[in-house]
Design a protein around this ligand. Structure first.
Ligand code: AMP
Length: 168
């Protein structure tokens, strides 16, 4: 299903990057339901809230939060959140970035599941982990649809339970 619906876009957003576009999976009724069900399955009962990483992680996290009766936190790129934030700078496969969460997004001790579409170098998820831990949350798992194995992102997330639906 993932192979049939996902698109590979060569040299996007810059030369040499093979971009894995999951928007056709999100647009497919069965595709969306199956990836959301599968991504949360190993973590059921271990989280109080789900953090989605901007922007494609929002799709997964909102659907998964609704399905599990939990809430959702938006981990956003710099300058998008209106109230005081925790801020973290990170490197990713193509460039650098800054992620932010509202300082009062999670109460200390809250168990958080992080969801995103693609794990590449692990820089983005690593940044989200630091932010959530700074806020006093306990990250109990990381779920992604695709894992770019050659980039060893999982190694940057040592000590955390990482579940991907497919290695590419
Ligand atoms: P990284 O921080 O290197 O693990 O990159 C992961 C983040 O960048 C995720 O939010 C992905 O959506 C995006 N990303 C990085 N590389 C790719 C890729 N080859 N195809 C699609 N998305 C990617």
């Amino acid at each position: 299903m993932l192979d049939r619906l996902s698109e590979i876009v060569p040299d996007y957003p810059s030369e040499g990057i093979s971009f894995k576009d999951l928007t056709p999976v999100f647009a497919d009724a069965q595709g969306l339901r199956r990836i959301v069900d599968a991504i949360i399955e190993p973590f059921l009962g271990t989280f109080d809230v789900i953090a989605g990483l901007e922007a494609r992680g929002f799709v997964l996290a909102a659907a998964a939060a609704y399905a599990t009766g939990t809430g959702m936190i938006t981990v956003r790129k710099a300058g998008k959140l209106p109230r005081p934030v925790h801020r973290d700078e990170y490197t990713l496969e193509y460039g650098t970035g800054v992620l932010e969460i509202h300082r009062d997004d999670v109460a200390p001790g809250t168990r958080v599941l992080i969801l995103d579409d693609v794990l590449a170098t692990g820089g983005t998820v690593g940044s989200a982990l630091r932010l959530l831990e700074l806020a006093g949350a306990k990250v109990t798992g990381v779920g992604v649809v695709l894992e770019l194995e050659a980039l060893h992102g999982r190694e940057n997330l040592a000590g955390h339970k990482v579940h991907s639906l497919q290695l590419v």
